[in-house]
Design a protein around this ligand. Structure first.
Ligand code: 5AD
Ligand code: SF4
Length: 467
């Protein structure tokens, strides 16, 4: 799925570069990390005098922030780039920028693809965007910067899409080297940002009226490794809860091997930390988990999972599942199905295994036929669909706290928002509630959303909250 940053802005007085009133259009593929990066690049472009164009046809610079996690994600990028190249013929002077994971992975080689690219910029090089654009304008030749070293200020003022919810990066890169995953190769070694900058950013957001932050990292649980003085993820959560003034704190993604009991108790104890945990399992069979280099067994995972469920009332746990990894025999696959039945996640994201060059699994025999991968994926999704609906129905009759995010797109008389456990809720209420935390009693539950009726405002955890 791709997303377009559309919030219209008026740029400051135009600098010599870019040309006066130049406009940029940003298209984002991939994960939340990429969405956060796009907001940073929008901020960088804005400070250079660009405004954001709502459609590519009005832009002087089109930036595609790309994903390379699966082959399909890359194909989507290439077909979009092909369409945009045609637009270049109609708009002389239009510059095409490719950023993100695919850009990092392919680097200079992208120029040989004849995709009409003017700039190729790596994941850690966003601060270089203005100088690369300038170089292209000055020389008329494409510019590439995919160095691994991080360039400049990683917390450059982002131009954020939302006004209530914001991303905050806390760790960058990944050192886990799961056998299927390109992330360590496209986002580099793991490092953590200092806590003061994070808390400062959260405080500033609270002052601007933001109610919710999501802390981002490939593995937020290992936050703090290498920092002096020593700190850890629960410490960071405590500092944010105490000082930031933000009502709701979320975080993603977690790695089961690093999810400590201390963290689980911290989630339970801190009022602003939401009861929602995304804990990728990937597979239910120990042999596949070993081949994936996940460094836990199913039983290890299950112990952590059970501890989360029993310690944090009302918690929702979601996961990622890959089907058709090399060596996933019918019996191993069956263990994934049994795991879904056993654990009963609130929701899952599921994928067919896609071999990625450079990863450890690239050299393994991709031995599950595509049709079988597709069948397994469908089966996993059907099974989970029932479980998700059942889990959602457990909320009927309960009072939940909703952060009201806006008016429902389908029905203007309804408001829409999310529970602390991150489930979508629609309910009738006045527009004035947008931006507020409000109580809702759940009356209906489906697969993607819940419905309910407003009850007196106030906060409170979802489980306990009086029936
Ligand atoms: N093929 C399929 N799914 C993958 N993921 C990561 N790499 C691959 C791959 N090569 C999935 C994992 C991860 C999620 C973000 O994407 O489930 O948790
Ligand atoms: Fe990829 Fe594993 Fe790192 Fe997640 S933890 S980004 S799946 S290598």
């Amino acid at each position: 799925m791709s997303k377009t940053l559309t919030r219209q802005i008026d740029g400051p007085a135009a600098a010599p570069h870019p040309p006066e009133r130049a406009a940029a259009h940003i298209i984002t593929f991939g994960c939340q990390m990429n969405e956060a990066d796009s907001e940073k690049m929008a901020g960088i472009l804005q400070s250079e005098g660009y405004r954001l164009a709502p459609v590519p046809e009005e832009a002087d610079v089109i930036l595609i922030n790309t994903c390379s996690i699966r082959a399909k994600a890359e194909q989507k990028v290439f077909s979009l780039a092909g369409r945009l190249k045609r637009l270049k013929k109609r708009r002389p002077g239009l510059l095409l920028v490719m950023a993100g994971c695919l850009a990092q992975r392919w680097g200079e080689a992208l120029l040989e693809k004849d995709a009409g690219l003017d700039v190729v910029i790596g994941t850690g090089r966003m601060a270089q965007l203005p100088s690369l654009l300038r170089a292209v304008r000055e020389t008329g030749r494409p510019a590439v910067d995919v160095q691994e070293e991080w360039a400049g200020n990683h917390s450059a003022s982002p131009l954020r899409e939302g006004r209530l919810k914001a991303w905050i990066n806390i760790t960058f890169g990944c050192d886990n080297y799961c056998a299927y995953c390109v992330v360590p190769f496209v986002r580099g070694r793991e490092w953590s940002r200092g806590p003061d900058g994070i808390v400062g950013e959260a405080k500033a957001l609270a002052r601007e009226g933001y109610r919710e932050i999501t802390l981002l990292g490939q593995n937020v649980n290992s936050y703090g490794a290498g920092l002096e003085p020593r700190t850890c993820f629960p410490d960071l959560l405590r500092a944010l809860d105490a000082d930031s003034g933000i009502a709701r704190i979320r975080f993603t993604t977690s790695h089961p091997k690093d999810f400590s009991v201390g963290l689980i108790e911290t989630i339970r104890d801190l009022p602003s930390v939401c009861e929602a945990v995304h804990l990728p399992l990937q597979a239910g069979g120990d042999e596949v988990l070993r081949l994936m280099n996940r460094r836990y067994t199913y039983d290890d995972y299950r112990r952590t999972y059970e501890k989360i469920r029993e310690t944090v009332p009302g918690v929702a746990v979601t996961t990622d599942i890959i089907v058709g990894f090399p060596g996933e025999t019918a019996r191993e696959y069956d263990r994934t199905l049994r795991a879904l039945e056993d654990l009963r996640f609130d929701g899952i994201f599921s994928f067919r295994y896609s071999p990625r060059e450079g990863t450890k699994a690239w050299n393994m025999d991709d031995d599950v036929p595509e049709a079988e991968k597709a069948r397994r994926l469908m089966e996993v999704q059907e099974l989970q669909r029932e479980i998700t609906v059942e889990k959602n129905r457990e909320l009927i009759g309960r009072r939940v706290e909703v952060l009201v995010e806006g008016v429902s797109r389908k029905d203007a008389s309804r408001l829409t928002g999310r529970t602390r456990s991150n489930k979508i809720v629609h309910f009738a209420g006045p527009d004035a509630l947008v931006g507020e935390l409000h109580g809702v009693r759940i009356s209906e539950a489906g697969f993607v959303s819940l419905r309910g009726d407003p009850v007196r405002p106030g906060s409170g955890r979802e489980s306990g909250g009086g029936r």
